[in-house]
Design a protein around this ligand. Sequence first.
Ligand code: ZN
Length: 288
Amino acid sequence: MRIYLSVDMEGVSGVTRWADVVTRGQDYQAARRWMTGDVNAAVAGARAAGATEVVVEENHGTEMLCNLLLDEIDADVDVVRGQPRGGATTMWALDGSFDAVFLVGHHASAGDYPGICAHTISHTHYKDVRLGGRSVSEGEMFALAAAQYGVPTALITGDDVVCGILQKCCPGIETAVVKQAVSREAARVVPPARAQVIIRDAAARAVERVRAGAVDAPEPDPPFAFEVELREPVTDEVRAAVARRFPEFWVSADGRVFAFSADEMGLAFRMAAIVQFLAEQPERVRAY
Ligand SMILES: [Zn+2]
């Protein structure tokens, strides 16, 4: 059994504040260790239940998606890290040959409150990201992308909010709740040493459930209609330039909402992520 494990940092055991997940934060180096420990726990649980191969993909945007401690990670996994990745920066190495996806250290969406470090793709730029008119989390997008390859998402680890979200869209998914969110930066935290026992056990159960055919992937229903709502509107000039140069995006008259649709969730995630660069670097939009 082959497992594709996507790891983010906001939902890792111990992580509580934005300052924990950025390079200069007081606990950033500790958070890298917690993140690596959470991955190792999931790998150990999966292996104990019979998984034969785990590919780990780093999906936390700090330091060009290189946050795991490679000296401490299980030596038998492969790690996808760094950017750019020549296409999607999420689920880059996933294909239909995997038996299950694990989401470790993931977080709630921009539309959620509470939720530790809740955001969708860009904390700085995005007020909300909606799919079919409702707030969508990164985890749901990952699960839908995996579902398009026929791969179920079998494990979510993070706060109680993200675990609840994934339970709704992936019936049968195993959860490891490592903290109860009180707000966006306060939680009742299970310390990493104990949390990693919870993760290990949940990962083992997840593999058993996959083997029993007891995990359902969400039903993808393309085309996927997305809206990215920005915190700050783009100018009319940028809006006109986007219309001219990037007709894949429709921009609302007030410059706050970018809408697009795509048949493939991997592409949709990339398009949703690119909006931040169109908003952040208008000179490049004008230059194209
Ligand atoms: Zn992250």
